[in-house]
Write a protein that binds this ligand. Structure first.
Ligand SMILES: Cc1cc2nc3c(=O)[nH]c(=O)nc-3n(C[C@H](O)[C@H](O)[C@H](O)COP(=O)(O)OP(=O)(O)OC[C@H]3O[C@@H](n4cnc5c(N)ncnc54)[C@H](O)[C@@H]3O)c2cc1C
Ligand code: FES
Length: 278
């Protein structure tokens, strides 16, 4: 795992190099990591991003591990911190603490088939894993990406999805909850695509990311195809404060999502996710 920063509680100001508007409520922020000699991380890890004057939020790193000089996050505006984060401009500064947590088991997946299932902003935490798979494509077997968005206008990284499909042999299927007139693709929840795939459950590792209800339905559909819970990996979201396992805010049963996750094998967390109050 990537080492913790020297003082993991102190946000480091980093300059915004580029802001890309992805959808009406979502932007990608590229931060300049050159002054600090790069920002190494592992796919699936997250940072605490500090909007000065507003507060901090946990946001996954959505960039390429091989391009450490810039640090990339995709943020959806949902509230008090993420709203101002999506309004920053080139040249502004935001605070960064991290990287934190345990990410996707990409190394473990070598030689196997991979099924990635993402819902909404859940494609952002998977993007760094996809870059890693694309860079080392021949190390993996069949790779399938299922992605569900609310509407065609909410589809993230549309051009990259095409590129991954055509150039990197990533079979991708996109579905939307509500179609527009021009939409010719799938309509319906992303988990409904799982039974349609002829996957080899013995060879497959599944990486899933999205709202918790989607995770539960995805895991159940995967189990029905024969994929064992120990081969399903889910990135969990919990409200976070310290991000280093000290404050207890993100506790899930005996685990801290910030330190022991956010990526967990499903056999470790299924029972806890089924208890609503945990
Ligand atoms: C490990 C991890 C990685 C994440 N990666 C991303 C990412 O890449 N991009 C992204 O846009 N978001 C990501 N999130 C979610 C993000 O942290 C929350 O959307 C954010 O903290 C909301 O803060 P806010 O102050 O803007 O909203 P608030 O004003 O606090 O709340 C707005 C609404 O969001 C709900 N909410 C707040 N925090 C969370 C949370 N952590 N989980 C679920 N619901 C929450 C509240 O109940 C409320 O309904 C991640 C969360 C975690 C834990
Ligand atoms: S956020 Fe403090 S223990 Fe996880």
């Amino acid at each position: 795992m990537t080492a913790l920063p020297v003082d993991p509680m102190r946000p480091e100001p980093m300059r915004v190099l580029r802001v890309t508007r992805e959808t009406a409520d979502t932007v990608t922020l590229e931060l300049d990591a050159r002054a600090r000699g790069g920002f190494p991380f592992e796919p699936g890890q997250f940072n605490m991003l500090y909007a000065f004057g507003a507060g901090e939020s946990a946001i996954s790193i959505a960039g390429d591990v091989d391009r450490v000089k810039s640090l990339v996050h995709t943020v959806r505006a949902v509230g008090a911190v993420t709203e101002p984060l999506t309004r920053v401009k080139n040249g502004d500064f935001i605070g960064v603490r991290g990287p934190f947590g345990r990410g996707w088991p990409v190394a473990e997946a070598r030689g196997k088939d991979l099924l990635l299932v993402a819902g909404g902003i859940g494609l952002a935490p998977l993007r760094s894993a996809i870059y890693e798979i694309v860079a080392r494509r021949d190390d993996f077997g069949r790779v399938v990406l299922l992605y569900g968005a609310r509407s065609p206008a909410d589809v993230l990284f549309a051009r990259e999805l095409e590129r991954w499909r055509h150039r990197s042999r990533i079979e991708s299927l996109v579905t939307v909850d509500h179609a527009s007139r021009s939409w010719t693709g799938n309509v319906g929840v992303v988990t409904s695509l799982i039974p349609r795939l002829a996957i080899d459950p013995e060879r497959t590792l599944a990486l899933i990311c999205g709202p918790e209800l989607m995770l539960r339905f995805a895991a159940s559909a995967l189990r029905a195809t024969g994929v064992g819970e120990e081969r399903i990996f889910a990135s969990l979201e919990r409200s976070m404060k310290c991000a280093v396992g000290l404050c207890g805010r993100c506790q899930l049963g005996p685990s801290f999502v910030c330190k022991d996750g956010p990526v967990f094998s499903y056999d470790r967390v299924r029972r806890l996710l089924e208890i609503r109050e945990v």
